[in-house]
Ligand binder design. Structure first.
Ligand code: BG6
Length: 476
Protein backbone atom coordinates (compact mmCIF):
# COMPACT_ATOMS: atom_id res chain seq x y z
CA UNK A 1 0.00 0.00 0.00
CA UNK A 2 1.28 3.46 -0.82
CA UNK A 3 2.29 5.84 1.94
CA UNK A 4 -0.24 8.36 0.60
CA UNK A 5 -3.06 5.93 1.22
CA UNK A 6 -1.84 5.16 4.70
CA UNK A 7 -1.53 8.87 5.51
CA UNK A 8 -5.06 9.33 4.27
CA UNK A 9 -5.36 13.12 4.25
CA UNK A 10 -6.39 14.24 0.80
CA UNK A 11 -6.08 17.97 1.33
CA UNK A 12 -2.61 17.88 2.92
CA UNK A 13 -1.44 20.88 0.92
CA UNK A 14 -3.93 23.00 2.91
CA UNK A 15 -3.06 24.16 6.43
CA UNK A 16 -6.25 22.76 8.00
CA UNK A 17 -8.52 19.86 7.04
CA UNK A 18 -11.71 20.78 5.23
CA UNK A 19 -14.04 19.84 8.07
CA UNK A 20 -12.00 21.67 10.71
CA UNK A 21 -14.28 23.01 13.45
CA UNK A 22 -13.51 26.73 13.73
CA UNK A 23 -15.20 28.63 16.49
CA UNK A 24 -15.11 30.26 19.89
CA UNK A 25 -15.46 29.21 23.51
CA UNK A 26 -17.20 30.57 26.60
CA UNK A 27 -18.64 29.19 29.84
CA UNK A 28 -22.12 29.70 31.27
CA UNK A 29 -20.99 31.28 34.53
CA UNK A 30 -18.76 33.81 32.77
CA UNK A 31 -21.27 35.17 30.24
CA UNK A 32 -24.89 34.30 30.96
CA UNK A 33 -25.67 36.45 34.01
CA UNK A 34 -29.29 35.98 35.18
CA UNK A 35 -27.74 34.16 38.08
CA UNK A 36 -30.99 33.59 39.95
CA UNK A 37 -33.46 33.81 37.09
CA UNK A 38 -36.01 31.15 36.09
CA UNK A 39 -35.26 28.99 39.09
CA UNK A 40 -31.47 28.83 38.82
CA UNK A 41 -29.68 28.06 42.08
CA UNK A 42 -26.36 29.50 43.25
CA UNK A 43 -23.19 27.91 41.94
CA UNK A 44 -19.63 28.08 43.22
CA UNK A 45 -18.93 30.73 40.59
CA UNK A 46 -21.58 33.05 42.07
CA UNK A 47 -19.79 33.47 45.41
CA UNK A 48 -16.32 34.44 44.18
CA UNK A 49 -16.36 38.22 43.75
CA UNK A 50 -12.60 38.46 43.19
CA UNK A 51 -12.11 35.40 41.06
CA UNK A 52 -10.84 31.94 41.79
CA UNK A 53 -8.05 32.88 44.17
CA UNK A 54 -10.03 35.49 46.09
CA UNK A 55 -12.38 35.18 49.05
CA UNK A 56 -15.49 33.01 49.09
CA UNK A 57 -18.36 35.38 49.89
CA UNK A 58 -21.28 33.11 50.59
CA UNK A 59 -24.06 34.17 50.71
CA UNK A 60 -23.28 36.93 48.18
CA UNK A 61 -22.86 40.35 49.73
CA UNK A 62 -24.40 42.51 47.04
CA UNK A 63 -23.85 42.19 43.33
CA UNK A 64 -20.76 40.63 41.72
CA UNK A 65 -19.77 41.06 38.10
CA UNK A 66 -20.65 37.48 37.21
CA UNK A 67 -24.20 37.85 38.48
CA UNK A 68 -25.13 39.76 35.36
CA UNK A 69 -21.94 38.97 33.43
CA UNK A 70 -22.57 40.13 29.85
CA UNK A 71 -26.26 39.25 30.01
CA UNK A 72 -26.03 36.55 27.35
CA UNK A 73 -29.13 35.03 28.96
CA UNK A 74 -31.22 37.79 27.39
CA UNK A 75 -28.98 38.68 24.44
CA UNK A 76 -28.00 35.30 23.05
CA UNK A 77 -29.73 35.88 19.70
CA UNK A 78 -27.68 38.98 18.98
CA UNK A 79 -24.45 37.28 20.10
CA UNK A 80 -25.03 34.12 18.11
CA UNK A 81 -25.80 36.19 15.01
CA UNK A 82 -22.39 37.85 15.45
CA UNK A 83 -20.68 34.46 15.83
CA UNK A 84 -22.46 33.32 12.66
CA UNK A 85 -21.26 36.43 10.85
CA UNK A 86 -17.70 35.39 11.65
CA UNK A 87 -18.49 32.00 10.15
CA UNK A 88 -18.25 29.92 13.33
CA UNK A 89 -18.78 26.24 12.72
CA UNK A 90 -18.94 25.52 16.45
CA UNK A 91 -19.49 27.28 19.75
CA UNK A 92 -18.19 25.81 22.95
CA UNK A 93 -20.21 26.73 26.01
CA UNK A 94 -21.36 24.93 29.15
CA UNK A 95 -24.69 24.08 30.71
CA UNK A 96 -24.96 25.72 34.13
CA UNK A 97 -25.70 22.67 36.26
CA UNK A 98 -27.59 24.81 38.80
CA UNK A 99 -30.05 25.96 36.11
CA UNK A 100 -31.07 22.34 35.65
CA UNK A 101 -30.75 21.15 39.26
CA UNK A 102 -30.73 24.33 41.39
CA UNK A 103 -29.42 22.68 44.54
CA UNK A 104 -27.80 19.77 42.75
CA UNK A 105 -29.56 16.98 44.66
CA UNK A 106 -33.12 17.24 43.29
CA UNK A 107 -34.57 14.37 41.32
CA UNK A 108 -36.74 16.46 39.00
CA UNK A 109 -35.02 18.96 36.71
CA UNK A 110 -35.99 22.61 36.39
CA UNK A 111 -37.91 22.89 33.13
CA UNK A 112 -37.21 26.60 32.69
CA UNK A 113 -33.47 25.91 32.76
CA UNK A 114 -33.77 23.13 30.20
CA UNK A 115 -35.91 25.34 27.98
CA UNK A 116 -33.26 28.08 27.98
CA UNK A 117 -30.65 25.75 26.49
CA UNK A 118 -33.19 24.49 23.95
CA UNK A 119 -33.49 28.08 22.76
CA UNK A 120 -29.73 28.59 22.67
CA UNK A 121 -29.01 25.34 20.82
CA UNK A 122 -31.83 25.94 18.33
CA UNK A 123 -30.47 29.37 17.62
CA UNK A 124 -26.97 27.97 17.06
CA UNK A 125 -28.24 25.22 14.75
CA UNK A 126 -30.31 27.75 12.81
CA UNK A 127 -26.96 29.34 11.94
CA UNK A 128 -25.26 26.00 11.26
CA UNK A 129 -23.14 26.28 14.39
CA UNK A 130 -22.54 22.97 16.18
CA UNK A 131 -22.80 23.27 19.98
CA UNK A 132 -19.80 21.82 21.83
CA UNK A 133 -20.97 21.47 25.40
CA UNK A 134 -19.04 21.18 28.67
CA UNK A 135 -21.05 19.47 31.39
CA UNK A 136 -19.14 21.01 34.25
CA UNK A 137 -17.20 24.25 33.85
CA UNK A 138 -16.38 25.50 37.36
CA UNK A 139 -20.07 25.96 38.18
CA UNK A 140 -21.14 23.18 40.52
CA UNK A 141 -24.38 23.89 42.44
CA UNK A 142 -23.48 25.49 45.75
CA UNK A 143 -26.03 23.28 47.53
CA UNK A 144 -23.85 20.26 46.84
CA UNK A 145 -20.89 22.07 48.37
CA UNK A 146 -22.60 23.44 51.45
CA UNK A 147 -24.60 20.35 52.30
CA UNK A 148 -22.63 17.47 50.82
CA UNK A 149 -18.94 18.44 50.68
CA UNK A 150 -18.78 18.77 46.89
CA UNK A 151 -16.78 16.13 45.06
CA UNK A 152 -15.25 14.80 48.27
CA UNK A 153 -18.58 13.02 48.75
CA UNK A 154 -19.20 9.89 46.73
CA UNK A 155 -22.91 10.73 46.43
CA UNK A 156 -22.03 13.59 44.11
CA UNK A 157 -21.33 11.00 41.41
CA UNK A 158 -25.00 10.02 41.34
CA UNK A 159 -26.15 13.65 41.24
CA UNK A 160 -23.81 14.36 38.35
CA UNK A 161 -24.81 11.25 36.44
CA UNK A 162 -28.48 12.21 36.79
CA UNK A 163 -27.68 15.69 35.45
CA UNK A 164 -25.67 14.26 32.55
CA UNK A 165 -28.39 11.78 31.58
CA UNK A 166 -31.09 14.45 31.71
CA UNK A 167 -29.22 16.76 29.36
CA UNK A 168 -28.09 13.97 27.01
CA UNK A 169 -31.68 12.81 26.64
CA UNK A 170 -33.04 16.29 26.22
CA UNK A 171 -30.49 17.51 23.68
CA UNK A 172 -29.73 14.23 21.88
CA UNK A 173 -30.81 15.65 18.53
CA UNK A 174 -29.09 18.98 19.01
CA UNK A 175 -25.68 18.40 20.58
CA UNK A 176 -23.15 15.96 19.11
CA UNK A 177 -19.94 17.16 20.80
CA UNK A 178 -19.56 16.99 24.58
CA UNK A 179 -16.87 17.47 27.23
CA UNK A 180 -17.13 16.17 30.78
CA UNK A 181 -15.10 18.33 33.23
CA UNK A 182 -13.41 21.58 32.26
CA UNK A 183 -9.69 21.58 33.11
CA UNK A 184 -10.14 18.61 35.41
CA UNK A 185 -6.51 18.92 36.58
CA UNK A 186 -7.05 22.40 38.03
CA UNK A 187 -8.74 20.97 41.12
CA UNK A 188 -5.22 20.48 42.52
CA UNK A 189 -4.63 24.25 42.35
CA UNK A 190 -8.16 25.62 42.87
CA UNK A 191 -10.17 23.08 44.92
CA UNK A 192 -13.24 25.25 45.41
CA UNK A 193 -14.12 25.81 41.76
CA UNK A 194 -12.59 22.55 40.62
CA UNK A 195 -14.11 20.31 43.27
CA UNK A 196 -16.47 22.27 45.50
CA UNK A 197 -14.01 21.82 48.35
CA UNK A 198 -13.22 24.63 50.77
CA UNK A 199 -9.48 25.46 50.70
CA UNK A 200 -9.00 24.68 54.40
CA UNK A 201 -10.30 21.15 53.83
CA UNK A 202 -8.24 20.48 50.71
CA UNK A 203 -5.65 17.99 51.90
CA UNK A 204 -4.08 15.72 49.30
CA UNK A 205 -6.08 12.81 50.68
CA UNK A 206 -9.37 14.71 50.23
CA UNK A 207 -8.41 16.04 46.79
CA UNK A 208 -7.40 12.70 45.31
CA UNK A 209 -10.55 11.07 46.66
CA UNK A 210 -12.59 13.84 45.03
CA UNK A 211 -10.64 13.35 41.80
CA UNK A 212 -11.41 9.65 41.91
CA UNK A 213 -15.11 10.50 42.19
CA UNK A 214 -14.80 12.85 39.21
CA UNK A 215 -13.09 10.15 37.15
CA UNK A 216 -15.90 7.71 37.88
CA UNK A 217 -18.52 10.41 37.15
CA UNK A 218 -16.79 11.33 33.91
CA UNK A 219 -16.66 7.69 32.80
CA UNK A 220 -20.34 7.23 33.65
CA UNK A 221 -21.12 10.30 31.55
CA UNK A 222 -19.10 8.87 28.66
CA UNK A 223 -21.03 5.60 28.96
CA UNK A 224 -24.39 7.40 29.06
CA UNK A 225 -23.47 9.63 26.14
CA UNK A 226 -22.48 6.66 23.99
CA UNK A 227 -25.73 4.90 24.86
CA UNK A 228 -28.08 7.84 24.48
CA UNK A 229 -26.44 9.70 21.55
CA UNK A 230 -24.59 7.05 19.53
CA UNK A 231 -23.62 9.52 16.80
CA UNK A 232 -21.89 11.88 19.26
CA UNK A 233 -18.33 12.29 20.48
CA UNK A 234 -17.37 13.00 24.06
CA UNK A 235 -13.98 14.17 25.26
CA UNK A 236 -12.01 14.97 28.38
CA UNK A 237 -10.54 18.42 28.95
CA UNK A 238 -7.29 19.38 30.66
CA UNK A 239 -5.46 22.64 31.23
CA UNK A 240 -2.51 22.04 28.95
CA UNK A 241 0.90 23.63 29.04
CA UNK A 242 4.22 21.97 28.35
CA UNK A 243 6.78 21.94 31.12
CA UNK A 244 10.25 22.66 29.86
CA UNK A 245 13.27 21.89 32.01
CA UNK A 246 14.78 25.26 32.92
CA UNK A 247 18.27 23.92 32.21
CA UNK A 248 19.64 20.71 30.62
CA UNK A 249 20.61 19.49 34.08
CA UNK A 250 19.17 15.97 34.40
CA UNK A 251 17.62 16.98 37.73
CA UNK A 252 15.61 19.70 35.99
CA UNK A 253 14.60 17.34 33.19
CA UNK A 254 13.29 14.82 35.71
CA UNK A 255 11.51 17.56 37.62
CA UNK A 256 9.80 18.67 34.39
CA UNK A 257 8.68 15.07 33.80
CA UNK A 258 7.36 14.80 37.33
CA UNK A 259 5.37 18.02 37.04
CA UNK A 260 4.07 17.15 33.62
CA UNK A 261 2.70 13.90 35.00
CA UNK A 262 0.66 15.93 37.50
CA UNK A 263 -1.31 17.07 34.44
CA UNK A 264 -1.13 13.99 32.25
CA UNK A 265 -2.34 11.83 35.12
CA UNK A 266 -5.83 13.22 34.44
CA UNK A 267 -5.88 12.47 30.72
CA UNK A 268 -4.07 9.15 31.26
CA UNK A 269 -6.98 7.86 33.36
CA UNK A 270 -9.68 9.24 31.07
CA UNK A 271 -8.09 8.03 27.83
CA UNK A 272 -6.51 4.77 28.97
CA UNK A 273 -9.18 3.81 31.47
CA UNK A 274 -6.91 2.93 34.38
CA UNK A 275 -4.67 4.52 36.98
CA UNK A 276 -1.05 4.84 35.80
CA UNK A 277 1.55 2.99 37.84
CA UNK A 278 3.55 6.17 38.57
CA UNK A 279 0.51 7.56 40.38
CA UNK A 280 -0.33 4.41 42.28
CA UNK A 281 3.22 4.38 43.58
CA UNK A 282 2.92 8.03 44.52
CA UNK A 283 -0.27 7.35 46.49
CA UNK A 284 1.46 4.54 48.31
CA UNK A 285 4.47 6.66 49.27
CA UNK A 286 2.33 9.64 50.30
CA UNK A 287 0.05 7.36 52.29
CA UNK A 288 -3.00 8.37 50.30
CA UNK A 289 -5.72 5.75 50.70
CA UNK A 290 -8.33 5.88 47.98
CA UNK A 291 -11.75 4.52 48.69
CA UNK A 292 -12.48 2.67 45.44
CA UNK A 293 -15.81 0.87 45.15
CA UNK A 294 -15.95 -2.55 43.58
CA UNK A 295 -17.23 -1.49 40.15
CA UNK A 296 -15.19 1.68 39.84
CA UNK A 297 -12.27 0.21 37.94
CA UNK A 298 -14.63 -1.37 35.41
CA UNK A 299 -16.49 1.92 35.00
CA UNK A 300 -13.22 3.75 34.29
CA UNK A 301 -12.85 1.63 31.17
CA UNK A 302 -15.48 3.80 29.45
CA UNK A 303 -12.89 6.06 27.87
CA UNK A 304 -13.24 9.30 25.95
CA UNK A 305 -13.32 9.68 22.15
CA UNK A 306 -10.97 12.64 22.00
CA UNK A 307 -8.76 14.81 24.18
CA UNK A 308 -9.39 18.53 24.43
CA UNK A 309 -7.33 21.09 26.23
CA UNK A 310 -6.84 24.76 26.95
CA UNK A 311 -3.55 26.30 25.98
CA UNK A 312 -2.36 29.69 27.16
CA UNK A 313 1.25 29.23 28.15
CA UNK A 314 4.18 26.93 28.78
CA UNK A 315 6.05 26.58 32.07
CA UNK A 316 9.58 25.86 33.23
CA UNK A 317 10.54 23.39 35.91
CA UNK A 318 13.67 23.35 38.04
CA UNK A 319 14.94 21.94 41.30
CA UNK A 320 16.60 25.27 42.13
CA UNK A 321 14.78 26.13 45.36
CA UNK A 322 15.76 29.79 45.29
CA UNK A 323 14.13 30.32 41.88
CA UNK A 324 11.05 28.42 42.97
CA UNK A 325 10.75 30.64 46.02
CA UNK A 326 10.87 33.77 43.83
CA UNK A 327 8.06 32.49 41.64
CA UNK A 328 5.60 31.67 44.43
CA UNK A 329 2.20 33.19 43.80
CA UNK A 330 2.04 32.35 40.08
CA UNK A 331 -0.85 30.05 39.22
CA UNK A 332 1.26 26.93 39.18
CA UNK A 333 4.40 28.35 40.80
CA UNK A 334 6.68 27.58 37.87
CA UNK A 335 9.64 29.78 37.11
CA UNK A 336 9.78 32.26 34.24
CA UNK A 337 11.16 31.27 30.87
CA UNK A 338 13.94 33.81 30.10
CA UNK A 339 13.40 33.42 26.33
CA UNK A 340 9.71 34.26 26.13
CA UNK A 341 7.59 37.41 26.48
CA UNK A 342 4.61 37.65 28.83
CA UNK A 343 1.11 39.15 28.54
CA UNK A 344 -0.17 42.08 30.61
CA UNK A 345 -1.27 39.44 33.12
CA UNK A 346 2.18 37.89 33.21
CA UNK A 347 1.17 34.79 31.25
CA UNK A 348 4.04 33.47 29.14
CA UNK A 349 3.39 33.74 25.39
CA UNK A 350 4.69 30.67 23.57
CA UNK A 351 3.07 29.72 20.23
CA UNK A 352 5.57 26.90 19.65
CA UNK A 353 4.52 25.40 22.96
CA UNK A 354 1.16 24.72 21.33
CA UNK A 355 2.79 22.75 18.54
CA UNK A 356 4.84 20.93 21.13
CA UNK A 357 1.92 19.89 23.33
CA UNK A 358 -0.19 18.85 20.33
CA UNK A 359 2.54 16.45 19.29
CA UNK A 360 3.10 15.32 22.84
CA UNK A 361 -0.58 14.51 23.44
CA UNK A 362 -0.98 12.81 20.09
CA UNK A 363 2.15 10.70 20.62
CA UNK A 364 0.89 9.72 24.05
CA UNK A 365 -2.71 8.84 23.19
CA UNK A 366 -3.15 8.54 19.42
CA UNK A 367 -6.70 9.91 19.62
CA UNK A 368 -8.00 13.10 17.95
CA UNK A 369 -7.32 16.36 19.77
CA UNK A 370 -9.34 19.57 20.09
CA UNK A 371 -7.96 22.98 21.15
CA UNK A 372 -10.97 24.27 23.07
CA UNK A 373 -9.36 27.35 24.63
CA UNK A 374 -6.60 29.68 23.53
CA UNK A 375 -6.38 33.44 23.39
CA UNK A 376 -4.91 36.64 24.73
CA UNK A 377 -6.38 38.42 27.75
CA UNK A 378 -5.55 42.10 27.25
CA UNK A 379 -6.52 45.63 28.26
CA UNK A 380 -8.43 46.84 25.18
CA UNK A 381 -8.78 50.59 24.67
CA UNK A 382 -11.73 51.56 22.45
CA UNK A 383 -11.21 54.73 20.37
CA UNK A 384 -13.72 57.60 20.29
CA UNK A 385 -16.04 55.48 18.08
CA UNK A 386 -15.81 52.52 20.42
CA UNK A 387 -13.57 50.61 18.00
CA UNK A 388 -10.74 48.44 19.34
CA UNK A 389 -7.71 48.05 17.13
CA UNK A 390 -6.42 44.81 18.61
CA UNK A 391 -3.49 43.95 16.36
CA UNK A 392 -1.78 42.36 19.37
CA UNK A 393 -4.60 39.79 19.60
CA UNK A 394 -4.44 39.11 15.87
CA UNK A 395 -0.67 38.54 16.11
CA UNK A 396 -1.10 36.23 19.07
CA UNK A 397 -3.75 34.11 17.39
CA UNK A 398 -2.02 34.04 14.04
CA UNK A 399 1.21 32.79 15.63
CA UNK A 400 -0.64 30.09 17.57
CA UNK A 401 -2.74 28.91 14.66
CA UNK A 402 0.29 28.66 12.38
CA UNK A 403 1.96 26.45 14.97
CA UNK A 404 -1.18 24.31 15.21
CA UNK A 405 -1.05 23.94 11.41
CA UNK A 406 2.55 22.74 11.69
CA UNK A 407 1.49 20.11 14.20
CA UNK A 408 -1.22 18.95 11.78
CA UNK A 409 1.43 18.76 9.09
CA UNK A 410 3.50 16.65 11.46
CA UNK A 411 0.68 14.14 11.66
CA UNK A 412 -1.50 15.28 14.55
CA UNK A 413 -5.26 14.76 14.14
CA UNK A 414 -6.88 18.00 15.22
CA UNK A 415 -10.66 18.31 15.20
CA UNK A 416 -10.95 22.04 15.74
CA UNK A 417 -10.02 25.28 17.46
CA UNK A 418 -12.30 27.40 19.64
CA UNK A 419 -10.67 30.62 20.78
CA UNK A 420 -11.35 31.51 24.40
CA UNK A 421 -13.76 34.33 25.26
CA UNK A 422 -14.78 34.99 21.64
CA UNK A 423 -16.93 37.76 23.09
CA UNK A 424 -15.65 39.66 26.16
CA UNK A 425 -16.65 37.85 29.36
CA UNK A 426 -15.75 37.89 33.05
CA UNK A 427 -12.31 36.49 33.85
CA UNK A 428 -12.17 33.28 35.82
CA UNK A 429 -8.92 33.86 37.71
CA UNK A 430 -9.39 37.50 38.65
CA UNK A 431 -13.15 38.12 38.41
CA UNK A 432 -12.50 41.22 36.25
CA UNK A 433 -13.85 42.07 32.82
CA UNK A 434 -11.04 44.44 31.90
CA UNK A 435 -9.08 41.31 31.03
CA UNK A 436 -10.67 40.89 27.61
CA UNK A 437 -10.26 38.08 25.08
CA UNK A 438 -13.06 38.79 22.60
CA UNK A 439 -13.46 39.58 18.93
CA UNK A 440 -16.48 41.52 20.20
CA UNK A 441 -16.16 44.31 22.74
CA UNK A 442 -18.83 44.48 25.43
CA UNK A 443 -19.50 47.77 27.18
CA UNK A 444 -19.36 46.41 30.70
CA UNK A 445 -16.83 47.40 33.36
CA UNK A 446 -15.38 46.24 36.64
CA UNK A 447 -17.34 48.89 38.57
CA UNK A 448 -20.56 47.31 37.23
CA UNK A 449 -21.22 50.19 34.82
CA UNK A 450 -21.78 49.90 31.08
CA UNK A 451 -24.71 49.47 28.71
CA UNK A 452 -23.74 45.98 27.41
CA UNK A 453 -23.47 47.26 23.84
CA UNK A 454 -21.58 44.89 21.54
CA UNK A 455 -18.98 46.33 19.10
CA UNK A 456 -16.83 44.39 16.65
CA UNK A 457 -13.08 44.71 17.18
CA UNK A 458 -10.51 44.60 14.38
CA UNK A 459 -9.91 40.91 15.13
CA UNK A 460 -13.56 40.19 14.25
CA UNK A 461 -12.99 40.74 10.53
CA UNK A 462 -9.61 39.07 10.71
CA UNK A 463 -11.01 35.85 12.22
CA UNK A 464 -13.87 35.92 9.71
CA UNK A 465 -11.31 35.85 6.88
CA UNK A 466 -9.36 33.07 8.57
CA UNK A 467 -12.46 30.90 8.77
CA UNK A 468 -13.70 31.81 5.28
CA UNK A 469 -10.39 30.67 3.77
CA UNK A 470 -10.14 27.66 6.11
CA UNK A 471 -6.95 29.13 7.52
CA UNK A 472 -5.18 30.10 4.30
CA UNK A 473 -5.52 33.77 5.22
CA UNK A 474 -2.98 33.15 8.00
CA UNK A 475 -0.29 32.99 5.34
CA UNK A 476 -0.90 36.57 4.15
C1 BG6 B 1 -9.30 28.61 31.71
C2 BG6 B 1 -10.74 28.44 32.09
O1 BG6 B 1 -8.56 28.35 32.84
O2 BG6 B 1 -8.83 29.85 31.34
C3 BG6 B 1 -11.64 29.59 31.73
O3 BG6 B 1 -11.27 27.24 31.60
C4 BG6 B 1 -10.89 30.89 31.91
O4 BG6 B 1 -12.81 29.51 32.49
C5 BG6 B 1 -9.69 30.90 30.95
O5 BG6 B 1 -11.66 32.03 31.75
C6 BG6 B 1 -8.90 32.19 30.93
O6 BG6 B 1 -8.54 32.54 32.22
P1 BG6 B 1 -8.89 33.95 32.84
O7 BG6 B 1 -8.50 33.84 34.24
O8 BG6 B 1 -8.09 34.93 32.08
O9 BG6 B 1 -10.35 34.15 32.65
Amino acid sequence: MSVDKLWGRKDAQRLFPEDFLWGGAVAANQLEGAYLEDGKGLSVADVLPDGVFGRIADPPEGEYLKHQAIDFYHRYEEDIALFAEMGFRTLRTSIAWSRIFPNGDETVPNEAGLAFYDRVFDELLKHNIQPLITLSHYEMPLGLVREHGGWSNRETIAHFERFARVVFERYADKVKYWLTFNEINIILHAPFIGGGIYPEKATEQVLYQAIHHQFVASALAVKACHELIPDSKIGCMIAGGPLYPLTPKPEDVLEAMRKERENFFFSDVQVRGAYPRYKLRYFEKANIQLDIAEDDLEILKHTVDFVSFSYYMSYCATVDTELIEQSRGNIMSEVKNPFLPVSEWNWTIDPQGLRYILNQLYDRYGVPLFIVENGLGALDQPDEHGYVNDDYRIDYMKDHLLEAAKAIDEGVELLGYTSWGCIDIVSNSSGEIRKRYGFIYVDRHDDLTGDFKRTKKKSFDWYKQVIATNGDYLQT
